[in-house]
Ligand binder design. Structure first.
Ligand SMILES: [Zn+2]
Ligand SMILES: [Zn+2]
Length: 257
C-alpha cells in the first residue's frame, strides 16, 4: 500500500505527546506522505505545517487563513502568506473557503477567500477548500474568481454538489464521514467521481472513520477510509491507493507520470 494522507492537522496539540508514534503508525499502515495543513491557531502564526515539513522529508505543507480565523488576518498576514507560498515544501494554499456554521462573519470571510484565490492563482499553486453550510456561495466565488486546480477537502455533500465541483475541475477528497452509516449521499457521490479526481484524507485529529469513530483521528486511519472507498467502487484497496497517490502527485507535486 502506498498512501497519501491529503489532509491532516499534524501540528495539533492533541499530537503533542506522541507525534512520533502517530507518524510511525501511519507509515506502518502504508502512509508514505502527509499533507500537513498549516492553518493552525490562525494568524499571526502561519507556519504550523512548515515547521513539520522542515523536519520530515515525507511531510509537505500548506499555508493559508482558515475561514474561521479571518478576523485575525491583516495586510501583513497576506504579505507573509505570499512569501510562505514559495517555500519549497509548500504544495498548496489552504485550507481556505467559507464556513457559515460557526460565528466567523461571512462579510469578512468572502473577501479573504477571494484574496487567497488570487494569490494561489498567481503563485500557480492548487488550493484546499473548506466549505461548511456555505455550498452555493463557495461555488459562486470559485466560478467568478478562480481558474486553477484544487481539492474540496472532507467532501460531505451529495452527487449534485460533486458534479458542480468536478465541472470546475476540482478533485474531491473523502475522509472518515464516508464510513458513517447515515452518509449514503456521500457514498453515492464517491461512486460517481472519476478515478483520476479522487483523494483520501483523515482531517486528523477530527472525524475518525469507523471503527475508530469518536476517538482521536490519526493518519494511520486513512487506511480504513481507503478500504471503504475501494469497497464502494468495487476495487482492490491497493489499486485505489495507487490511483489516489498518483492524483496527489499530479495535482500537488506536478509529476507528469
Ligand atoms: Zn476543513
Ligand atoms: Zn482540516
Amino acid at each position: 500500500m502506498n498512501l497519501v494522507d491529503s489532509h491532516c492537522h499534524l501540528d495539533d496539540k492533541q499530537f503533542e505527546e506522541d507525534r512520533e508514534a502517530v507518524i510511525e503508525r501511519a507509515q506502518a499502515a502504508g502512509v508514505e506522505r502527509f499533507l500537513a495543513i498549516g492553518t493552525g491557531d490562525g494568524p499571526p502564526d502561519l507556519e504550523a505545517a512548515i515547521r513539520l515539513a522542515d523536519r520530515y522529508p515525507f511531510i509537505y505543507a500548506t499555508v493559508g487563513v482558515h475561514p474561521n480565523d479571518v478576523a485575525k488576518a491583516t495586510d501583513e498576514t497576506f504579505d507573509r502568506l505570499k512569501d510562505l507560498l514559495s517555500h519549497s515544501k509548500t504544495l498548496a494554499l489552504g485550507e481556505i473557503g467559507l464556513d457559515y456554521h460557526w460565528d466567523s462573519p461571512p462579510d469578512m470571510q468572502r473577501p479573504a477567500f477571494i484574496r487567497q484565490l488570487e494569490m494561489a492563482q498567481s503563485a500557480r499553486k492548487p488550493i484546499v477548500i473548506h466549505t461548511r453550510d456555505a455550498w452555493s456561495d463557495t461555488i459562486q466565488i470559485l466560478r467568478d474568481n478562480y481558474r486553477g486546480g484544487g481539492i474540496f477537502h472532507c467532501f460531505t455533500s451529495g452527487p449534485a454538489e460533486a458534479k458542480e465541483a468536478l465541472d470546475l475541475g476540482f478533485h474531491l477528497s473523502f475522509g472518515g464521514v464516508l464510513t458513517f452509516p447515515k452518509a449514503e449521499q456521500v457514498r453515492e457521490a464517491a461512486r460517481m467521481v472519476p478515478l483520476d479526481r479522487l483523494l483520501v484524507e483523515t482531517d486528523a485529529p477530527y472525524l475518525a472513520p469507523a471503527p475508530h469513530r469518536g476517538k482521536r483521528n490519526e493518519p494511520a486511519f486513512v487506511l480504513d477510509t481507503t478500504r471503504k472507498l475501494a469497497e464502494i467502487r468495487g476495487m482492490e484497496p491497493t489499486e485505489l491507493a495507487a490511483a489516489t497517490t498518483r492524483n496527489f502527485e499530479r495535482l500537488c507535486l506536478r509529476y507528469t507520470g
